[in-house]
Design a protein around this ligand. Structure first.
Ligand code: MN
Ligand code: MN
Length: 462
């Protein structure tokens, strides 16, 4: 079997920085230590470089459909740009758009499509859209297949995706004492619909009104409700895209009381703010929850430092600026979502680590290790350990550039991060022992990515 020896790098994994070498055989890491030698291994010189476990992006919507036009990226183009940004595993969503199909059928169809195209490894969160007891029953089949994470939409009644509080409560009850993850998109649907109607009637539907039309209380109330359900049921709650200082406070209280909640935020809530909505191209920055205030940003960085928010994902959604522009002037119609599967690592490194907001170890935790732990992939993923998959990023901390475009600019005509500074670069991305990116150049066959099965019978992890 092919062997690779990564030599001389500063390895950052599981809360530590250690200068050591990593020996890979086939798809696995087989040895870690100082001055390893192996005559038949190909040597990769990582002197002066940082070595991280492969990054995991646990919240992406590749090729997301919208009734006004779909995102234009494919699983191939999006996972290629993910790999170029240091990502070796993604988690997308199996949304039950067709309510006649079971959750299992919905999941299987998406797995088939992803198996043909993905160059990174992958998994899916299941999104039920039916608020009936059969949803709860159908979850069992997915747990058996190794797909034990879910997202329930507390809003989007207008897009046929919302489930009611009854089924969410029941799902949380079911998850108590297991490693299932019951995720929520927490926004109060009635409040959204009521408030946007008021803005619509006043003709105030320009993007510049979006943040005030969907104020923090819309999210905070739903977060509060979901946490209360978790408190009552002992359920394993996962909060997708937490954005507010008040939300952080609620999560902290819940954690202090022993509620098993895990909270995520996304790149854009850390580096962009609501002022972007007031720009000439503010329509492009419509996403939900909306971009918030600078004070919320600071609360989120602090939450990453103290662990109350423990995951940063991209919530990548590749709607074109051109498509969004068609609905400019009416935030109720603009497709929601920002692309960002590509630059997450470099942005968080530059604007988090280099600015002293979080440590290098915390960065690796929130972009990889904590994700693997939360979603049942650890220690196969998210760590540089003997026996783990040989998923590595070799990061050169030197050099800088200004973002001009997204990596997959053939599919997606804009990036919300244009003009942002990036320090350092991804030299190499290795996935299960295969070098996908070398000196910033990609090579990898569509369909090489593997579905990662997740076993929830393992013990609850801290
Ligand atoms: Mn969401
Ligand atoms: Mn999302």
């Amino acid at each position: 079997m092919k062997k690779l020896l990564v030599r001389g790098g500063l390895v950052v994994s599981d809360g530590k920085q250690v200068n050591c070498d990593i020996l890979i055989e086939g798809e696995k890491i087989i040895a870690i230590g100082r001055s390893l030698s192996c005559p038949d291994a190909q040597i990769i010189d990582a002197t002066g470089k940082l070595v991280f476990p492969g990054m995991i992006d646990s919240h992406v919507h590749i090729g997301h459909p919208n009734k006004r036009g779909s995102a234009r990226d494919s699983f191939y183009t999006a996972t290629r740009s993910a790999a170029l940004g240091g990502v070796s595993t993604i988690i997308d969503f199996a949304i039950q758009w067709d309510k006649e199909k079971s959750l299992l059928e919905t999941w299987k169809e998406k797995v088939q499509l992803m198996s043909r195209e993905c160059v990174t490894d992958f998994a899916l969160h299941n999104c039920p859209t039916v608020s009936e007891p059969k949803t709860i029953e159908e979850m069992d089949a997915l747990i058996e297949e190794g797909s034990p994470s879910f997202k329930f939409y507390m809003t989007y009644s207008s897009q046929n995706r919302m489930t009611n509080d009854g089924v969410l409560y029941e799902a949380l009850r079911k998850s108590a004492g297991t490693l299932m993850r019951i995720g929520v998109h927490a926004e109060n649907d009635a409040l959204i619909n009521y408030l946007s109607e008021q803005y619509r009637q006043r003709g105030e539907t320009d993007a510049s009104y979006f943040a005030e039309a969907k104020p923090a209380i819309v999210e905070n109330e739903a977060v509060h409700r979901a946490l209360y359900f978790a408190r009552e049921t002992g359920g394993n709650l996962f909060l997708f895209h937490l954005t507010t200082a008040e939300g952080v406070r609620l999560v902290k209280d819940a954690k202090r009381d022993g509620i098993p909640v895990v909270a995520e935020t996304c790149t854009h809530y850390l580096v962009l703010d609501e002022e972007y909505l007031k720009r000439e191209d503010g329509y492009a920055y419509i996403c939900s929850p909306p971009l918030r205030r600078k004070s919320d940003q600071e609360a989120l960085w602090a939450a990453l430092r103290d662990g109350s928010v423990s995951i940063v994902s991209s919530d990548h959604c590749g709607f074109d600026k051109a498509l969004k522009r068609e609905y400019k002037g009416d935030f109720t119609k603009i497709p929601n979502g920002l692309p960002g599967i590509d630059h997450r690592l470099r942005l968080i490194y530059t604007h988090g680590v280099r600015k002293g907001k979080i440590s290098l170890e915390t960065m690796v935790d929130v972009l990889s290790t904590n994700i693997a732990k939360t979603f049942g992939m650890y220690p196969r993923k998210g760590t540089i350990s003997v026996g783990s998959d040989a998923d590595l990023v070799i990061y050169d901390p030197n050099g800088e550039e200004i973002i001009e475009r997204g990596i997959d600019s053939d599919s997606i005509d804009w990036t919300p991060y244009k003009g942002f500074l990036l320090e350092g670069s991804v030299d190499m991305t290795i996935s299960r022992g295969e070098v996908l990116v070398r000196d910033g150049e990609f090579s990898g066959e569509p369909g090489r990515g593997c579905l990662i099965l997740r076993d929830i019978l393992q013990k609850r992890q801290k």
